[in-house]
Design a protein around this ligand. Structure first.
Ligand code: OSB
Ligand code: MG
Length: 374
């Protein structure tokens, strides 16, 4: 297919409650949607970059700029484009994986829609529904946290992830463990808030039988994670550090992690995500699907990925209502702790035009030259 134009659409969606992590507090999801038009079909991709470069170096304005100036023109020049050509065509541009992922996903969606094939089948999914966990932000007090966790367990979430940082770690984990017991699946996420000299402190989480501790140290500190993994009982899981299948293989070989969180945006797309999944399966490393507060568009594609066989732990693929009062798509709802894998062609979901229009803050249309037309 040949791209005929790309729309960059920025939306602003209020979160149902503030989401606080060690890197900041979000009250609204400021997100970028990419819609491609081609000679065959249209397709959608959600860019997971956030407003500021706090989770990683990427941010929404940067993604818009690099897409407009470099990525869209580079793809526009390809006469016979398939999703597998996107990463090679953009490889000379360093970094900006979230922006690349959004564009690749939109091309993949268009291609699969044109061919009538669902994304889940294309990626190698083996389940028709996926088990879901929920990521619980840092709260003002432990009673408030216990209420939030209790509410999510009542809704049916199968695993709880607590965001932690220095000053909000051992006590909240102990309180949740004491209240809800050893039966619940519990894990923590530090978003790089510690250093390797905190190993003794983090070993105080050992008695709570946590499933894992996610990204305790700086994203570049692979050897630090390996050292920490040797000195605590809680399994170390990497998020921010895993930027590619090559990075995953290196981290595994160096003993820096025994579990990996796969986020398609962070690694440049769903095709690279499958390669990471395959590397992990070959090494016996369990994986789970992370989240970036996606709308229904990004969620649909994440759920398809989470249905691959190596995804043996519940993901941060929560129901739409965990994030948004009104999503831009038909909402994903929890059924016995699971979300259904979309079955219709492409990512399998479309934005609802009225909902989309109501939250759009800007749109930009980038036309592409079609050879032979004037
Ligand atoms: O580290 O997993 C993370 C949200 C935004 C940025 C980073 C992270 C998160 C989450 C929420 O933990 C996951 C979700 O429910 O989408
Ligand atoms: Mg994380």
């Amino acid at each position: 297919m040949k791209l005929t134009g790309v729309e960059l659409r920025r939306i602003s969606l209020p979160l149902v409650s503030p989401f606080r992590t060690s890197f900041g507090t979000e009250t609204t999801r400021d997100a970028l949607l990419v819609r491609v038009e081609s000679t065959e079909a249209e397709g959608w991709g959600e860019c997971v970059a956030m407003s500021g470069p706090l989770y990683s170096s990427e941010y929404v304005d940067g993604a818009i700029d690099v897409l407009r100036r470099f990525f869209v023109p580079a793809l526009g020049a390809v006469e016979r484009l398939s999703a597998i050509d996107v990463a090679p065509a953009l490889a000379k541009f360093h970094g900006h994986r979230m922006a690349k992922a959004a564009l690749e996903t939109a091309v993949l969606d268009a291609e699969l829609r044109a061919e009538g094939r669902p994304l889940a089948r294309e990626l190698g999914a083996v389940h028709d529904r996926v088990p879901c966990g929920v990521s619980v932000g840092i709260m003002n007090s432990i009673p408030e946290l216990l209420d939030a966790v209790g509410g999510y367990l009542d809704e049916g979430y199968l695993r709880i992830k607590l965001k932690i940082q220095p000053g909000w770690d051992i006590d909240p984990v102990a309180a949740v463990h004491e209240r809800f017991g050893d039966d619940i699946l519990l894990q923590v996420d530090a978003n790089t808030a510690y250093s390797v000299s905190d190993a003794r402190h983090l070993a105080r989480l050992d008695p709570f039988n946590l499933l894992l501790i996610e990204q305790p140290l700086d994203e570049e500190d692979i050897l630090g994670h390996a050292e920490l993994a040797r000195s605590i009982k809680t399994p170390v899981c990497l998020d921010e550090s895993i930027t590619s299948a090559r990075a995953a293989a290196a981290a595994i070989t160096l003993g820096a992690c025994s579990i990996i969180n796969i986020k398609p945006g962070r690694v440049g797309g769903y095709l690279e995500s499958v390669r990471i999944h395959d590397v992990c399966v070959a090494h016996g490393i369990p994986v789970w699907c992370g989240g970036m507060l996606e709308t229904g568009l990004g969620r649909a594609a994440n759920v398809a990925l989470a249905a691959l066989p190596g995804f043996t732990l519940p993901g941060d693929t929560s129901a739409s209502s965990r994030y948004y009062q009104t999503d831009i798509t038909t909402p994903f709802t929890l059924d016995n702790g699971h979300l259904p894998v979309p079955t219709t062609p492409g990512i399998g979901i479309d934005p609802l035009p009225d909902h989309l229009a109501a939250v759009t803050t800007s749109t930009e249309w980038l036309p592409l030259q079609v050879v032979g037309s004037d």
